[in-house]
Design a protein around this ligand. Sequence first.
Ligand SMILES: Nc1ccn([C@@H]2O[C@H](COP(=O)(O)OP(=O)(O)OP(=O)(O)O)[C@@H](O)[C@H]2O)c(=O)n1
Ligand SMILES: C[C@](O)(CO)[C@H](O)COP(=O)(O)O
Length: 236
Amino acid sequence: MPQPPTIAAVLAGGRGSRMGAAVPKQLLEVAGKPILQHTLEAFEAAAAVDRIVLVMAEGFHDTAWAIAKAANVTKLSAVIDGGATRADSSVAAIRWAQAQPGVGEDAKLLLHDAARMLVTGRIITDVVAALDECEAVTAAIPSSDTVVEVREGRIANVPDRASLARVQTPQGFRLGLIAAAHADAAADPGFTPTDDCSVVLRCRPGVPVRTVAGSARNLKVTEPADLALAEALLHG
Ligand SMILES: Nc1ccn([C@@H]2O[C@H](COP(=O)(O)OP(=O)(O)OP(=O)(O)O)[C@@H](O)[C@H]2O)c(=O)n1
Ligand SMILES: C[C@](O)(CO)[C@H](O)COP(=O)(O)O
């Protein structure tokens, strides 16, 4: 039996407002290479990934292709427009995947933040492998801080830390599941998901979402200080 394809969607459709740079943060350099290049190279090197689709901010497609070409990212199949929100950009990737010949509902789709440039081959491999046993999975790490709920400047609740985890990307799904869940989420205007697992949990509540071990290194470059942190981690 031929295996269903595995597609990695790299989400780079944001503008990086918290970074405050003149260009989207994924084009900023860390250790001499754009953040986007680090991320694309991680998926290029992952044997479990067959092809890559890049969701890119409008006006930066040529730049993205040039980066991929210079880095010899041969698995990059398309650069497509993102949407206004991260969830919209996920939907753009899902629709692209559904339109590909030979890609069915059972294809494996990884949705990954371009900003998580230090993702490792081990994490990618584990997420793809988990999809042989489940339909939805995310990389996650335990919380080493005590996390609290705050309302009106006061701590309202201290959840048991043992039950908490910090969710990262890649998040992996069978294509049919994540497409159907996002379609339902779009009809729910009060729902503003910050990741794709939330969409499955809300719209397909019977479907278990597994976790596999992420890594503290797999940070999401978000604010200026994260650039130096990522560089230090790369050299560490
Ligand atoms: N409309 C959007 C918003 C975000 N992203 C991507 O999703 C990832 C996580 O988003 P985030 O770190 O929040 O990036 P930005 O939205 O660019 O940052 P900010 O919220 O500071 O503007 C990033 O790789 C980003 O490019 C996307 O593809 N489409
Ligand atoms: C998907 C994510 O990386 C999981 O932690 C995160 O929710 C993205 O958040 P952002 O505000 O779009 O950066």
